[in-house]
Design a protein around this ligand. Structure first.
Ligand code: MN3
Length: 242
């Protein structure tokens, strides 16, 4: 049996069996989503003002999060790949074989990409999921409320630092899960795998100034600032790629 079909048919992708780009069509992901291409030569601007998400995410948190945390991941990542062939490798291809890289590249490459992605799926005054995405949500979770509950549970139960995700998996189904530290669903070592559609940073630096230890309140507030236009767009494109 062709290896790719075997991987798909067993529905389980282990680090050893994972063949990266062929399973997930990574070349196409890169074409569709700029942030999954080769690392940017300059630190990308935040796509909204620091106070744009008030009162749900406060300006001071956004400033520190973007200008200190995200910038540090970017700088450390760029310094780690400088003068190496990785400068010309797309983020999706890098993540597809991240198990072969150092912890510095895994943590900072993940931190660089995850935050770029997070900023893109945040915005004020957004409509909800499209008809197509709503249908997929109902199919996978039963209802929108059940999806939100599953996502919230993933976000709340991630012990320590990490991220909650909604992604489209290799079977073209929506899946919710979480990753530790700066891992993400494009990484070969991740237990939850797929094309990311929506994410939430649950590191304490993302909410502590305003919410202190109340991660659940931060997670509830997050739903007010999800930029559904972006999630809808990613879903439509991800379905085509699959
Ligand atoms: Mn963060």
């Amino acid at each position: 049996m062709e290896r790719r079909k075997f991987v798909k048919s067993v529905g389980l992708v282990t680090a050893a069996a994972y063949i990266g780009p062929k399973v997930f069509g990574n070349d196409q992901i890169v074409k569709s989503y700029g942030i999954e291409g080769v690392p940017a030569s300059e630190f990308s601007p935040l796509p909204f003002a620091y106070n744009a998400l008030e009162p749900y995410i406060d300006a001071r948190t956004m400033e520190v999060h973007y200008d200190k945390h995200h910038r540090a991941y970017y700088t450390n990542f760029i310094n780690a790949i400088k003068g190496t062939p990785l400068e010309a490798v797309s983020m999706t291809d890098l993540f597809a074989s991240i198990s072969k890289q150092t912890d510095v590249i895994r943590n900072n490459g993940g931190g660089y990409y995850n935050h770029l992605f997070f900023w893109k799926n945040l915005g004020a005054g957004s409509a909800g999921p499209s008809a197509g995405l709503s249908e997929a949500i109902t199919k996978a979770f039963g209802s929108f409320d059940k999806f939100r509950e599953a996502f919230n549970t993933a976000a709340k139960t991630r012990f320590g630092s990490g991220w909650a995700w909604l992604c489209l998996n290799a079977e073209k189904n929506l899946a919710v899960g979480s990753t530790p530290n700066q891992d993400n669903p494009l990484m070969d070592i991740s237990l939850v795998k797929g094309i990311p559609l929506l994410t939430l940073d649950v590191w304490e630096h993302a909410y502590y100034l305003k919410y202190q230890n109340r991660r659940a309140d931060y997670i509830d507030a997050f739903w007010n600032v999800v930029k559904w236009e972006e999630v809808n767009k990613r879903y439509e494109e991800a379905v085509k790629i699959r």
